[in-house]
Design a protein around this ligand. Structure first.
Ligand SMILES: Cc1cc2nc3c(=O)[nH]c(=O)nc-3n(C[C@H](O)[C@H](O)[C@H](O)COP(=O)(O)OP(=O)(O)OC[C@H]3O[C@@H](n4cnc5c(N)ncnc54)[C@H](O)[C@@H]3O)c2cc1C
Length: 451
């Protein structure tokens, strides 16, 4: 499906159930009479057209109380069925404001539906920054946090590690507040919540003083360079990404994002790669217009940390994504294990991205107690080829303890997830406390968490 078709289709499905009808939630108007929304990539049409759009926490409570089954929805950027529901979805797009900026604790409290692209400029104007961002600013903060969305950086935790406190409406319609400071374990279990505990309504995020960054891109680095010192290459900037289409044992592009300091001009070479002489798109053949400024030009953190600019289509558009997390100590071996599939993968790929994410304390984070390297694949919209190839990639990564990104495509069995998430049983107990009857449980959770 091309981008134009996708947009037309998306426009045609805009709309949903007005909140004034929330009381009718459980006995809802026949879902089949409304066209369900699709996800961003258009590879998934949700299983219900019943979408609620509250504009206050009280209205969220009302929706939750009136629905016996419900899933929260962010900006719909997930590729799998994690946000799906056969009965009701509640979109937080109307709850997208900054609630307060606390200059004593250096935190900001926001409504859960706000996008990074709506928050970052405000933070910068007020002298603040977030420690990291994903490749795109278009996503909702609640959706990113719920799925442990990440950027890159050996010392940078995923975006959920920015959360200092969380407010959500549980299955009984009660407003629950948990903070890192006061609620220790419960908090660490609730943050990467996969939408299972309730509808998140507010998040408090840790802030840094604002800073400037620059990014420099290098072309054609032999993979062999990574054999010597993977960590050193991934630590050569604040945030480093490697892009490869797995051809010729080469990293096509190395993106190095650094904090601006009193350093000299970028070196013309980096581990056998040459500095790009123009802005690049991760897929070299595509226009760099949607991409953030490169060539060492300084700019604020939020215009350098993401690869893509707000106001443009990020990545490619019609695409499928998958990603796996592997402990950093296995990085090179795991990369070369995927490389053995290059003949099969490359024809179906737009690009792969390799990043790093620091260890954290969040129970359902793929980086719980382990710093990881991540292997991401942006596939052409060819579902049959992708379904055939993902098990092969997973088989190659299995010996290294890989787990998948919660929001992207995977075929790994629930038994593997059970074995590799040390706190999954604790997470189930926590979910049971806030949602004993499974109001927020959908087919994705039933299979992958309760399977
Ligand atoms: C082009 C593109 C680039 C991407 N780049 C990256 C990247 O750089 N790094 C990365 O890690 N991921 C990346 N992703 C994946 C993306 O970050 C995740 O899909 C993320 O979950 C998107 O947030 P969302 O608001 O769209 O969530 P949705 O897809 O709408 O929902 C995801 C999950 O969050 C839950 N959720 C959403 N809002 C709430 C709420 N208020 N309360 C409770 N639960 C809620 C949903 O129930 C669901 O389980 C990318 C995706 C795309 C399409």
């Amino acid at each position: 499906m091309d981008r134009r078709t996708f947009l037309t289709r998306s426009a045609a499905v805009a709309g949903g159930v007005a909140l004034s009808r929330a009381s009718a939630c459980a006995r809802a108007t026949n879902p089949a009479t409304k066209t369900p929304l699709t996800n961003w990539a258009g590879n998934l049409r949700y299983s219900t057209g019943n979408v609620h759009y509250p504009t206050s926490v009280e209205q969220v409570q009302q929706v939750v109380k009136n629905c016996d089954k419900l899933r929260a929805l962010g900006t719909r950027h997930s590729f799998n069925t994690i946000a799906d529901s056969t009965r009701n979805q509640v979109s937080l797009r109307g709850l997208n404001k900054v609630v307060s900026l606390d200059r004593r604790s250096n935190t900001v409290t926001v409504e859960a539906g706000i996008k990074y692209g709506e928050l970052c400029g405000y933070l910068h104007e007020n002298g603040y920054a977030l420690h990291n961002l994903a490749s795109l600013p278009h996503i909702s903060i609640a959706g990113a946090v719920a799925t442990a969305t990440h950027g890159s950086g050996v010392k940078n935790g995923n975006l959920a590690t920015q959360v200092a406190a969380i407010e959500f409406v549980d299955a009984a319609g009660e407003v629950i507040y948990l903070s890192r400071h006061n609620d220790g374990e419960q908090f660490q279990g609730a943050v990467v919540g996969l939408g299972a505990l309730g509808v998140v309504t507010k998040l408090t995020l840790d802030l840094l003083p604002t800073f400037d960054m620059k990014q420099v891109v290098y072309l054609d680095m032999p993979m062999q360079e990574l054999a010597r010192d993977f960590d050193a290459i991934m630590s050569s900037g604040y945030s480093v990404s490697l892009f490869t289409n797995w051809k010729n044992k080469s990293i096509n592009e190395v993106w190095i994002k650094s904090r601006v300091g009193p350093t000299a001009a970028p070196a013309p070479e980096f581990h056998g790669a040459r500095a790009a002489t123009r802005n690049m798109h991760p897929v070299a053949e595509q226009s760099a217009e949607p991409c953030t400024e490169q060539m060492g030009v300084p700019g604020p953190w939020y215009e350098r940390l993401p690869h893509f600019k707000m106001g443009f289509t990020p990545s490619t558009g019609a695409e499928l994504q998958a990603e796996y997390f592997v402990p950093l100590e296995h990085a090179y071996e795991a990369m070369m294990a995927i490389e053995t599939l290059h003949d099969q993968m490359t024809p179906h790929l737009f690009i792969s991205e390799i990043r790093t994410v620091a260890a954290d304390e969040l129970w359902m984070s793929p980086c719980y107690h382990r710093t990881c390297v991540t292997f991401h694949t942006t596939w052409k919209p060819e579902p049959d080829a992708v379904s055939r190839l993902l098990p092969l990639v997973e088989e190659q990564l299995f010996p290294f303890g890989a787990v998948p990104h919660w929001a992207k495509l995977f075929t790994m069995s629930p038994a593997v997830l059970e074995a590799r998430y040390a706190r999954i049983a604790d997470f189930r107990r926590l979910v049971n406390q806030y949602d004993p009857a499974g109001k927020f449980r959908n087919e994705f959770l039933s299979r992958n968490i309760y399977g």
